[in-house]
Design a protein around this ligand. Structure first.
Ligand code: G3P
Ligand code: CA
Length: 337
């Protein structure tokens, strides 16, 4: 990352002092910009996306974890997808099933029927049964809610839900099936009418990847679908806030914003949005609010919603541009690390 400089005035601050001609403001895009600079969101405007479901409370990537996230009020669901040996898209993070199930083996070498034999729930015990989501929603324990989750079943959950739900689907690479992942993904989304939104419409689904190649494939197969380039570190060529052609959303890890908070402003000034993962700590949530990011991806959607003032205990200051969702122990303001 280039050396830190004091961030330039934010777009809305800059606009206030600039003369506006009778013909209206001129929109001069910065070289490489995807569009006009974006304003920062307030705390109440930041969508909260449940990372692998409500995965702090309930075993990740299970139907129970996603149902819990929706019950908690998450605006969207994040999932990782992999292809099985018989070309079914399943929601599993690791290459192997060893960590999150009672089985062993590589997802891409197992058929869906084999994965269905496994228990994806028993590896994780809730910290306290009486305080767990299971105590509040006993139905989460029902038969089948902790078996392998196909993307098809997750999409059914989303489209059947009574309120709009965003989906952030991450393709995992490298995999032996390479481009087949994107082909099967777009074909499945198409079956749900989610792959090709018409002009002026937006699919609730966006596809994310750390692999720029995967993102390019999605853009080729489904040009009107939104894509997110995930970033574990920011390559030199993107440090000015630009993104590869056609990509309008960056997905930096929160560790990047802790050390380089000005990166959000750079992305916004280029007309790009910022979806941050994995934001679980109060100080990180506050940082995201102060920076005005465009989505928070968290294992703890309930805690994030509360911190943003969306659990019914909203402090009026939470709606102020740039303000953190405040509660008794949150500082009125904070400094960048
Ligand atoms: O939402 C993006 C984030 O999930 C990327 O990291 O390893 O949790 O898939 P990972
Ligand atoms: Ca992921």
């Amino acid at each position: 990352m280039q050396p830190l400089r004091r961030p330039e005035p934010r777009p809305h601050e800059r606009r206030r002092s600039e003369p506006v001609s009778a013909a209206g403001p001129r929109v001069a895009l910065r070289p490489g910009a995807s569009g006009p600079a974006l304003p920062r969101r307030t705390a109440l405007q930041i969508p909260v996306i449940a990372h692998r479901g409500a995965s702090e409370d309930v075993p990740e990537h299970t139907l129970a974890a996603y149902e819990a996230a929706l019950l908690q009020g998450a605006d969207g669901l994040e999932c990782d997808v992999r292809l099985t040996a018989d070309m079914q898209l399943v929601c599993v993070h690791d290459r192997r099933v060893n960590r999150t199930s009672n089985g062993r083996g590589v997802v891409s070498t197992l058929e869906l029927a084999q994965l269905r034999q496994l228990d994806f729930g028993s590896w994780k015990q809730p910290a306290s049964e009486s305080e767990s989501e299971y105590a509040e929603y006993p139905d989460l324990r029902r038969e089948g809610a902790h078996r392998v989750l196909t993307l098809e079943r997750l999409l059914e959950l989303v489209v059947d839900h009574p309120r709009p739900v965003q989906m952030a689907i991450e393709t995992k690479h490298p995999t032996r099936y390479a481009g087949l992942v994107e082909e099967h993904l777009v074909a499945l989304l198409d079956r749900f009418g989610l792959a090709h939104p018409r002009l002026g419409e937006t699919s609730p689904v966006r596809v994310m990847s750390f692999s720029a190649m995967s993102v390019r494939r999605i853009r080729r197969l489904a040009p009107s679908l939104e894509t997110v380039l995930l970033l574990d570190r920011v390559p030199l060529r993107l440090r000015d806030g630009s993104l590869p052609r056609g990509v309008r959303i960056a997905g930096p890890g929160i560790h990047i914003l802790r050390t380089h908070p000005e990166y959000v402003e750079r992305l916004h000034s280029m007309g790009n949005r910022v979806h941050v993962w994995t934001v679980d700590q109060a100080t990180d949530i506050d940082l995201c609010v102060e920076l005005g990011v465009d989505a928070i991806i968290s294992n703890r959607p309930k805690a994030v919603l509360a911190r943003l003032g969306r659990d019914g205990t909203a402090h009026p200051a939470a709606a102020r541009p740039g303000a953190a969702g405040l509660n008794a122990e949150s500082p009125e303001s904070f400094r960048f690390p």
